[in-house]
Design a protein around this ligand. Structure first.
Ligand code: 3SK
Length: 516
């Protein structure tokens, strides 16, 4: 497959693939099941709901929904209509959504009932938003003017009869990607990039088939979760288990034993938490044949302990929002724990030094990727687009080293971003928030490794003279202002921060101090 032919509509592509197995279960969620034929019918009705609401091709729609089967209905309904869904993290704060609504100029919002209050707050904070319709999945009470119940709207609207004649290279959907400074970047992906990730990774590396039952701890709004719970399984006719709640060990074990998934997609922190749980199910209680891990490098020890217990490999890989899914990965049957494996066929990898040239094997270099699922650009941000998308190559911001056998091992970030439980956290954003506290003079945030070798955020804080505050109070202060996963897990008070002669904080000294 070298080119996708025109026209290409990814939703129609999936529906056509699965028409012969219409009765098979596509989704199992907390409410019940949805067959492949019902998924197509509901998504095409959803497409008509959007068209009737006046949302036109290429216009954006905010998708702020928990993982239930309404999520794929909404996403595929948008794609079918040629409308561009902007799938966003459900854990953010109203001012984050206010920025996104204005930035993407959303014409409509698709929202879970439990998230409607936060959306309404965001709309109030965004005076120039262009949202004209709001479709609510599983409303929690009566809806105000301008909002409709998704179930009722779908039930009363005949399906759109034909897909939008979209092309493989036209904007299909957006995901927001965060950097160490500045606002999140609207990463514009094509209709075709979804298909590429399914062919190159979901089928060729993981070998998923229609016999599989897939379950992902990463939610659908993450690029990782979108592939795991939508693109890959629907590209082979598999069944997907969706879970709206947080992926705690208890919630995950409950789905493992109740729905017997054959493939589980997680992140290292989640695997470590499960292995530490006294309720870890026995090997015979689950049906796992394979697990995948991404988000941060998987420590070899965690993978080995998991394999010893369940007899099943964890396939570690790395992807990015910009490349849409995994481009460097271990392979079933050839895993080398502690490494991220080899390039996924169809992608090229280059490790470059500061002079821009390829580094020799064994030396650390900046990771660049070339492949057909790269995003088109960051919306309305030429400078950041050019920094990341350099011709055919995409700069990842990670550092890697390649060994004599061609295996790649993670060697840190080339920027200041931290990856905590698989999600990016900007230390500067956390520092700026800590410094809003009246007792705080200065703060510096670094990543530090826990006993499992996983990154946790730690803040070093200098208090103003005569002020007092406890670490727990500061944690709550940050949690109230930022998405909850961003709060520093550890806080240490110092009388001063290490600085250069020009007053720049020396974070490396704080990192060295942690390693002692
Ligand atoms: O975190 C990753 O490695 C990842 C994997 C797949 C898709 C997106 C991301 C960020």
């Amino acid at each position: 497959m070298t080119r996708l032919s025109e026209p290409f509509n990814f939703a129609e592509h999936l529906f056509a693939l699965n028409r012969a197995r219409g009765d098979r279960i596509a989704y199992i969620d907390d409410q019940g099941t949805l067959s492949y034929s019902a998924l197509e019918d509901r998504a095409r009705r959803m497409a008509a709901v959007l068209a009737n609401a006046g949302v036109r091709r290429e216009e954006r729609v905010l998708l702020l929904m928990l993982d239930t089967s309404d999520w794929p209905v909404a996403f595929l309904g948008c794609l079918y209509a040629g409308v561009v869904p902007v799938a966003v993290n459900t854990l953010l704060k109203p001012d984050d959504y206010a920025y996104m609504l204005t930035h993407c100029r959303a014409r409509a919002a698709l929202v879970s009932g439990t998230l409607l209050p936060v959306l309404n707050e965001a709309l109030a904070l965004a005076p120039h938003h262009e949202v004209r319709a709001c479709v609510v999945s599983l409303p929690q009470g009566p809806l105000g003017a301008g909002a409709v119940d998704m179930q009722a709207a779908i039930a009363s609207t005949p399906a759109l009869t034909a897909p939008a004649r979209t092309g493989p290279d036209e904007p299909g959907f957006w995901l927001y990607s965060s950097g160490s400074t500045g606002k999140p970047k609207g990463t514009v992906h094509t209709q075709g990039s979804l298909r590429w990730t399914a062919e190159l990774y979901g089928k060729a590396v993981l070998g998923l088939t229609d016999k599989d039952v897939c379950f992902s701890a990463a939610k659908l709004y993450f690029a990782y979760g979108l592939g795991n719970s939508l693109t890959f399984p629907l590209s082979v006719g598999a069944t997907v288990v969706l879970m709206a709640e947080r992926p705690t060990p208890a919630a995950t074990f409950e789905r493992w034993t109740r729905h017997q998934p054959s493939v589980f997609f997680g992140a290292p922190t989640g695997f470590a938490g499960m292995l530490a749980s006294p309720h870890l199910p026995s090997r015979s209680a689950v049906a796992l044949r394979m697990c995948s891990s991404a988000g941060e490098a998987l420590p070899a020890e965690i993978a080995q302990r998991f394999k010893d217990h369940f007899g099943c490999d964890i396939i570690d890989g790395i992807g990015s929002t910009e490349m849409l899914h995994i481009f460097l990965s271990n392979r079933p049957g050839e895993v080398r724990y502690g490494t991220t494996g080899k390039p996924v066929p169809g992608y090229e990898i280059s490790l470059r030094g500061e002079d821009g040239r390829e580094v020799p094997q064994g030396e650390i270099g900046d990771l660049y990727i070339q492949g057909p699922s790269a995003a088109l650009m960051y919306w309305n941000d030429r400078t950041k687009t050019r920094e990341t998308f350099q011709g055919a190559w995409t700069k990842s911001g990670d550092k890697y080293v390649r060994d004599a056998d061609g295996y790649y091992t993670y060697a840190g970030r080339s920027d200041d971003m931290l990856k905590v439980s698989g999600i990016y956290v900007s230390p500067f954003e956390v520092e700026a928030t800590l410094m809003q506290h009246t007792a705080v003079l200065e703060a510096a945030v670094i990543g530090t490794q826990d006993a499992d070798g996983l990154t946790k955020t730690k803040a070093f804080v200098v208090l103003k003279d005569g002020q007092a505050v406890t670490p727990d109070e500061l944690k709550v202060f940050v949690k109230e202002r930022l998405a909850p996963y961003k709060y520093p897990r550890m806080i240490e008070f110092l009388s001063e921060l290490p600085k250069t002669a020009t007053g720049k904080i020396q974070r490396f000294r704080l990192r060295e101090r942690e390693q002692r």
